[in-house]
Design a protein. Sequence first.
Lengths: 410, 1025
Amino acid sequence: MKINKAYILISGVLLLLGFTVIPNLQNKVQSAVLLTEQSEYIVGSPISLSFNTEAKTTQLIVSNALGTSVIQAEKTTGTDEIQFSIAEPFCTSSGVLNWTLIGKEKALLNGKLQLKADTTQIAKLESYLGPQRIAAGGEDFAQFTILPTDIYDNPLPDETEISLNTGYTSNSNVETLKIQEFISWKNVYSTLKSGRIFVAANSDTTTSKLQTIYVDANLATPFKIDFERSNTYADADQITTLRTDIIKDRYNNTIPDATLVNFVIKTNSGAILQTSGNTINGIAQAQIQHPAAPQNWTVKAYITGIAKSNPITIQYQPAINDIPVIWDATIRKLKIGPLNGMLGQTLPEGTVVSLKIKNKIGETETLTQKTEAGHVAFELKKAFYPSGSYSLEISVLGVSKNLESVLFKS
Amino acid sequence: MIIALLIGVVFHGFGIFFTLEGTYDALIHLFFADHYATHWFEPWNYSWYTGFTVMGYPPLVHQAIAVLSLIGGLKFGMFSVAIIGVILFITGVYRFALLITANPNSAGYAAILAVFSSSFVETLHIFGQLPSIIGVSILMHCLPEIYLWLITGRKKYFLTSLSLLAVTVCSHHVTPIFGMVFFIFPLIGMAVMDQARSQVASLKAITFKVFLTAFFKLLKRMIAFGFTALFLIITCILPYWVNTKNNPITQVPIPHGSRDNFLEITSSGLVFFLIPWGILLLLMPYFFYRYYSKRYLFFGLSLTMLTILGTGGTTPIPKMILGDNAFNILTLDRFTLWGSIMVLPLFGEFAYRFAEGDYKTFLSTKLGGLYHRILAGFLAAVFLGTTVFTITLSNFRPSQPTPIKMLPIVNFLNQDMHYKWRFLPLGFGDQIAWLSAQTDAMTVDGNYHSARRLPELTTRAIERLENSKFRGVEGIGSLQQFLTVPKKYNLKYVFSNDKFYDPILYFAGWQRLGLLENGIMVWEKLGVPPMPELMPKDDIPLFLILMWGIIPLLTVLVAFVINIQSIWLRALRSKKPKKPPYMQWKIDFSASAKTSQKRSQFLFNIAHFYGFIVLCCFAMGIYTFYLKNADQISPKNVVEAYFDALDFKELERAYSYFDPQSDKTLDQFMLEFAVTDGLLNSYAKLDAIRVTITKETDSNALATAKASWITPLELINTTEDLELVKRSGKWYVKPKKPELDLPPDQLITVTETDFYNHGRRRITSEQTYHEDILKQPVLEVLSACLIKVNNDYVIVGEIQNVDNVPADVSVKGTLYDKEDHELATYNAKYEMKHKLMPKEITSFKIEFEGTAWINPDEHIPLTFDPDQFTPIELDGKPVNFDLHVSGNVANTDLYKRVAINSIEVKDDQLTTTLFNPGTQQATIPQLLLSYYDEKHQLQWVSHHFLQEGVRQQRKQQVSIALNKEETQLISDSMQAIFVNGLPNTEIARKVVPQRDVSQEDVVQIQLSDGGFLKVEINSYLGNPR
C-alpha cells in the first residue's frame, strides 16, 4: 500500500508540472507600433493615439501629475489598427502625459506626450499681495504675486506676458511682467506720501482682482506739546488737558490714528505721573486732574522708543488762602470751615482735610475727613487722646495751618 | 390598581412636562439618546471632553429614547420613556406588594401610595434618574417570577425572571447588582421560609433544621438562577465592563450631598433623607415590626441595611460597610430610594388595615371614630404635603439656572463654521447636555463626569467647568487653565450665562463678541487654530460595538415576547387561572378579623410615642433654625444679616436693617448702591464673615466685621467698622455717609478712534478671501529673560506693538534644559495687557502652572483661594527658553484713559491715585507693577486688582505693599523669540531701527533699594458702551 501512495503522489506532481509548462510553449512575443506622430498638443484639443498591433485585447494606461487611468481601445474592424482617444481630464491638464500600451497584462509599448497650456486663453489671474500695510519712504515694499491660469486651470509657461497696472492717487503706471516658474511677481515699493497704492494685473482676456497697498506714515519724529486748563489752582478738582501738535514722520505724513502717546509728568517732589492719549489726525490729547497741593510739573510726551516732545512746565497755585479753625475744648471738637476757594466759593464737596496730631513725646497720628459744604469736624475722644497738650497740623489742598500746644481737657 | 395607574399617568404625565427638563440628570440622558439617534453603532462621542466612550453607561434607556425620538423628536422620546417608567413602576409596586402581602387590597393601596411616594417623586421630578427608575421597576416585576421559579421550579418562570433581569441590567448597572443583595436574597430567604412553612403546621414550628432542609431542597434552583443571573449581568453589558476595566475611574471623588453628615448640612439631610422617606418615617416602627416577623426576616435585615446606608456621612457605619472606595464613588441616596420602595407593600398593607381593616375597627372602638378620622386626615395631609412640596421643590430652591433658549447659540455655532472650534458654556447648569444634544460642535466640558479624561479635570473634584465657581479653588483653577492656554484645546468660544466669570475671561486675554438674543454673552479668543479634521479615538473591537448596539433592545424584545405571551395564554385559557403559590400566605386583616387587641394596643402605644418623638425633633429643628436666622435679636445677627442681604443684593432687606431714625431714605440707599461698581461690588460672593462686638451697651454697640469675599480673580478680605443701635428691642445698623466727591464736568466730551473688522466682506460660505485676512500686527519683544524665584522658573519681559493697528497679544513661553529637551509650556495669564494700542508697551510674566494635586498625597485646601498657584514639576533644570508671541488685530477693549494722578512710594508701600477722565467706567482696574534693577533691567512683574472701580471723572486711591521677589537670572538670551512666526531680531532691526532705549526708563520711579518701579494700568470694563 505504501508504494501505491507514492505512485499517486508522483503522478500527481507530474501532472501538475505538465500543465504549467505547456501554455508557456504556446506564448508568442507580441509587438505594437505607434502610428500617431504628433507628440505635442495644446490642452483641450482632441488627442487620439493609434497603434498597429496583432494583440487581441489591448488597453492604454495614461498617467499625468494628477493621476492614472486605463482606457479601452476603440473597436476597429478587420485591421490590426487600434485607436485610443484620451478624454478629459487627461487632455486638459498641461504637462507630461505618460502612456503605456498593454496587451495581455504585458507592456507592449510606452511613450509620452507634451501638453501645453493655452496662452491665448488666460482665464484667471489669481493675485496675492503681502504685506497689506507698508511704511512710507520708499524702503518698505509689498510683493504682488500673480498666478495666471488658462481655462482648464493650467499654469502658463514661462515668458508669457502679463501687464501690471499700479495706481497711486491719479497717477497710474503700466508695465509688462513675464511669467517665471508659473508665477509672476513684482515688489511694489512705498511712496514717500502715505495713501493707497492700487495694483492689478491684466491680460488680453481677463483681469485680476484689485489689490490695495496701504502706505502708512513712517515712524514719528520729535513733536511739541502744550496744555490747557480752566484755572491755575491745585484744587484736586479741575482737569488739565495735555495736547500734542500734529505729529508727523520725516516725510511730513501725519502719523496713523490711534498711536499711543504717553505723557509723563515729573512733579517737583519727584513723583512720576502718567496719562495717555491716542492720536487723531496726528494730535493726541490726554487729561489729568489738578494736583491736591501746589506743585510744579514738568511734562514730556513719548511715543516710547520712537519720538519725544519738548518739555513743558505747568505751575499750580494754592487753591485756598486761609483755614478757619475753632477748637471747642469742652466737647473736644475741632471745627474747620468754612473753607473757601480763591473766588470766595465753598471748596468742592469731598475735598480731603487731614489732621496730624502730635503729642508731647512726639508720637503722631493722622486723621482724614472729606468736606461737606465746606465744613469738617474732628471729634477727639478721651478714650484715644488722654488729657494733655498736643500740637495739631491741619492741611487742605497742600495748604496747612499749625496749632501749637492745644490743651485737651479731661 | 387600575385607579393607581390612571392617577399615576395623569399626575406624573402632567408633572414631568414642567419638571423633567429642570432635573439634574434627564438632559444628560437626552444627550446620550441623541448620540444613539444619530450614530447607533458608534461608541465614541467627540462632543464632550476631548472625546469619550458612551460605553460608560448602560444604554437601554438612551436607546429607547433614541428609537422613540424618530417618531416625535428627542423630548417626545424622553417623555414617553418617563411615562412608561411611571407605568412600570406602579405595576411593579403592585406585583411586588402582592407578592409580599398576598392581599390584592393591600397591593392596590400600595400601588396608589406608590404614585405619590415622595422618594419616587423626587427621583423622577428632581433628579430625573430615568434609568434608575426603569431598572428598579423591572426588578420589581422580576421578583414574583423569581419566587415562582424557586417554589414551583417550572422552566417558564426561570425564563421570565431572567428575561426581566436582563432588561434591568441593560437599563441600569448598579440596580441589579445591589438588587441581588437587597431584594433578591431576602426574597430567596422568604421563598425558603415559605417552603419550610408548607412542610410544618404553623410559622412557629419552623425551626432552624426545618429551614435548612427547605434550603437544601431549593438550593439547586437557587444556584441555577444565581449563576445565570451573574452571567446575564456580565454579558448583557459586557462592553461596559470592558470599558470600566480599561479606563478605571482614577479621578478624585466628587463631593455629593448624599455623603454629607445630614445633621451638619441640613440641606443635604432634607433632600437625601427627609424628603425621600417623608411620611414613611412616622411609620418606621410598623415596617420594622412587620419585616422582622419570621416570614419576612430577611427583608427586615435588608431594610435595616438600606436605612443605615442611606444616612450617608451622618454616622461612620456606611463608610465602614462599603469601604472608602465604594463610599466615595456611589451616591448613597439610592439606598434610601430602595429602602422606601421596599416598605411600600407594607405601607399599602398599613393603609388598608387603617382605612378599612382591623386597625380601623380597633381604633374606632378604642378611641372613637373621630380620632380615627383626624389621624387619617393628618397622615393623608402630611403624605400629600410632602409629595406636593417635593414636586415643586425646584420652584422654591431652583437647582438650575432658568431655562436658556438654545436656538440662538445653536445658530451661532452653525454660522460661519464656528463649530470648527470647541466652545465652553459657563453658568448653564445641566442644560449644557441639552445644548450638546442640539449641536455637533464640541466642548472641552461635559456632563458625565465618569468619562472625563483630561488630567486638568480628573485630578479635581469638579463635576463641570461650567459651574466651577461653586467648586472654589479647584473649579476656578481648572477653568483658568483652560482659558489661559485655549490653543491647546482649540477652544475659541465661551458662552457666559453668569457675569461672575467675565473678569477671568478678560484678564486671561479673551474678548467679548456680543450678546446673543437670549442674553448669553459670547466671548472669543483670537488666534486659536481650528480643530484638526481627524481626531483620535479609542479603538473598540467590533463584537463589543455590535453587542452594545443589539443586546439591550433585544432583551426588551425577548422579555416582551416571553412575558406578554404568558399573559395572553393565561387570558385565552377559559378556565379560571390558578392562583400563584404566594397567594396562599394571605393574612386576614379585614375589619372582622380577630387580631390580638393586646398586641395592637401595645403597637399603637409605641407608634404614638415614636410619632411624638419624631414630631418633637422636627419642631426642635425648626425652632433652632428660627433662632439662628432671627436677624435683629442680637448685634451680631444684625451685622451678619446685613452682609448677607448685601451679598445677595437684596437691597430692601439690607435697608430694613438700617436705623429707622437715620435720615437715609431707601431711594438714597438704592442710588448709592447702584453707582458703586467694581470687583467687590459686582463680582464678589461672601465666603465667610467674622463679627466681633468691640463695645456693647444696652442700646449701642460697635462691631468690626471681617469678611472674606470670593471673587473670580482673587480672595478679598475686608474689615469694616459698624455702629449699631437698639430701638424697641431690635438692633439696627447705622448707615454710612456716601462718597462726597463731585466730578468737575456735567457733560464729558472725548474724541476716540474706533475700529471695526468686517471679517469677510463678501457674504459667502467659502473660505475667507486672501485680501480679507488682516495682516497680523507686528510686535517687538523689547526684553525677555528667564529667572528663578524660590525654585520656580518664570519668564518676564516687555513687548511693544510697533504696528499701526491695535493688537491682541498672546505670549507663549517654553522652557528647555541643557539638551534642548522641552520641559514646560505656558502662556502669560494675568500679568500683561492683552490689548495694545499702536506703540503701546506692556510688561508680561509667564509662570509655568502645573495641574494641581496631581499627586494623590497632596491635600486639597479646604478653604477657597482663587489666587492659588500650583507650580509645575519639571523633569530637568531649565537653562533656556523660547517665546512665541502672536498678535491679531483687536477692535474691542481698547480703553486706555485711566491716568496715574498721584503716586508715592514710602517704606515699600505704594500709594497711588487713579483718575479716569474718560467716558467709560473702569470696573476692575488692574495695576501691573514691573520692578527693575539699578541698570533698568527688568527683574520681576506682579499685579494688583483694585477692589473698587473708577467711575468717569472720578478718582480712586489705592495703597498696596510692594512685593518684589528676589530673583536669579538664568538666561537673557533673546535668540529664540518669534513674533507671528518671524524672528524678533529681524523685526527689531527693521521696524524701529534707531530705537531710543532710554525713553523706556522715564516712567520708572526710583525705589529705596536703588531699583526702579514701573506702574501700568489695565482696566476691565464691565459694561462697555
